[in-house]
Design a binder for this molecule. Structure first.
Ligand code: ZN
Ligand code: ZN
Length: 323
């Protein structure tokens, strides 16, 4: 009886926490934009002019200045563009249920059952929303719906990271990490100066410069770790959820003297090309990765190409689930 009360308590606390995460979503977005905006302002008013010194007599300083300016503007555009797209792009739902979270592109219940007949590829049913669940889809307990190729719910974008916005999320992190390290590299002199009491000619108050520098270092390190982890997952064709499931499957297979093959792993290069939808066999040329433009992922996020070596595990997975 006590264990039941405890379980209900945990479930209620979990539900409350998820409701809070959903409700405070916009606060996190304002905070993220505010902090990145502050660091950007500090960069252009203090760090940039102190690092790129314009000298009329030397042509090289001018070239250097313009190259620095182009790079800085490019980085700011890429950071804000990918952030905006990660927030605004619907990650991809399984069903259009007419709520704020659903996308007009999501199928209706009729479409879903038609798809189900067509593909025969939805081996699972979601225990929470009781709908057929395409492969790689998972239920987000914050958004209370199933999301295609669900990775995780990110409070900083107040959105799930899933099939349609995963690329924007990753590129946002990538540009932000590069931006943070670059800021730290060229901004340490103004930072040291901001800690002292003399020699301050800038209109920007010292605490803002100090705060921006410390933020750049802290976020660069923390996000750098997370970003590398995400590249590892993408190169090995796993979402965060799948990583844990794959580890379990690998252990189970090893105990039986077998080798588990991740069905979505098509090799590191193909996995990366597929993720970004670039290169041979995919939609866009490789250089488009570096452009801040909207780009869709390959496929509909519901059916996935498989590694032929993995058919044995896919079969076991399906039969285990229907038991
Ligand atoms: Zn669900
Ligand atoms: Zn979510």
């Amino acid at each position: 009886m006590y264990s039941n009360i405890w379980r209900n308590f945990i479930a209620a606390a979990d539900k409350a926490a998820n409701t809070v995460i959903l409700a405070v979503g916009p606060v996190f977005i304002v905070l993220a934009v505010g902090l990145i905006g502050l660091a950007t302002t500090v960069y252009f008013t203090v760090v940039f002019p102190s690092f790129y010194v314009w000298d009329e007599d030397y042509i090289w300083t001018k070239i250097y200045y313009y190259l620095g300016l182009i790079f800085s503007i490019y980085m700011v555009v890429c950071i804000f563009f990918h952030y905006y797209m990660a927030v605004r792009t619907k990650p991809g739902g399984v069903l259009n249920v007419g709520t704020e979270q659903s996308d007009s592109n999501d199928p209706t219940i009729q479409d879903l059952f038609l798809e189900l007949e067509e593909y025969q590829e939805y081996p699972k049913t979601c225990k929470k929303c009781h709908l057929p669940k395409p492969e790689r889809a998972h239920h987000c307990s914050v958004c209370r719906r199933c999301v295609l190729k669900f990775d995780h719910h990110c409070p900083w974008i107040a959105n799930c990271v899933g099939h349609f916005n995963h690329r924007y999320f990753l590129l946002f992190m990538t540009y932000l990490v590069i931006g943070c390290f670059y800021f730290a590299l060229v901004g340490w002199k103004p930072f040291l100066l901001s800690l002292g009491e003399t020699g301050w000619d800038w209109s920007m108050p010292r605490p803002y410069v100090a705060l921006s520098f410390l933020l750049a270092v802290a976020i660069g390190l923390a996000l750098g770790g997370m970003c590398s982890w995400h590249y590892y997952l993408i190169i090995t064709a796993q979402t965060t959820v799948e990583f844990y499931n794959n580890q379990y499957a690998r252990r189970t297979a090893r105990a039986k003297g077998e080798v588990y093959v991740n069905p979505y792993d098509l090799g590191p290069v193909v996995n990366l090309c597929q993720f970004f939808n670039v290169g041979r066999n995919y939609k866009y040329p490789i250089y488009t990765i570096f452009l801040p433009i909207p780009m869709s992922p390959p496929g509909n996020g519901k059916v996935w190409e498989k590694n032929p070596m993995s058919y044995a595990n896919v079969q076991t997975e399906i039969s285990e689930d229907t038991d």
